[in-house]
Design a protein. Structure first.
Length: 135
């Protein structure tokens, strides 16, 4: 399973670029098929996995320094905002589930935990490894 972005579809903000995670670069929404249709090459692009970094146990507004899915942090994109995360393994972790629940049930909690999205070398992760990250 890998992240892709379909520019033939609109995202939640109403602009082109709907993210999806699938085994093949075929958009589940519009059906654009990069495997079989050369024209789809320009609308289905490789996306990036955004991983979840849980909050630091003690220090406010700091991350814990680990990705919830267990992958190394180097050269990966991650966020402390559960809504920004698209890594399926991170989203299955107890840390993410707890954070997501807290964010969507308590306004105070949300304001307290204000970790900006951190971007580490956006060009580094291009899914060169044949090893699937999320199955
Ligand atoms: Zn689409
Ligand atoms: Zn992850």
């Amino acid at each position: 399973m890998r992240p892709y972005v379909c520019y033939n579809c609109l995202n939640a903000k109403g602009t082109p670029g709907r993210q999806f995670i699938a085994a093949q670069p075929i958009c589940p929404t519009c059906g654009a098929d990069r495997v079989n249709d050369p024209k789809a090459k320009h609308v289905i692009l490789d996306g990036k996995l955004i991983h979840f970094e849980g909050p630091h146990a003690i220090i406010r507004e700091k991350g814990c320094g680990k990705l919830a899915c267990g992958l190394q942090m180097a050269n990966r994109q991650f966020s402390g905002d559960p809504d920004a995360v698209n890594c399926p393994k991170c989203k299955a972790s107890p840390e993410w589930i707890e954070r997501h629940k807290a964010k969507h049930t308590s306004v105070d909690e949300l304001q307290e935990f204000d970790v900006p999205n951190v971007e580490i070398d956006p060009n580094a992760e291009q899914y060169k490894t044949p090893k699937p990250e999320a199955e």
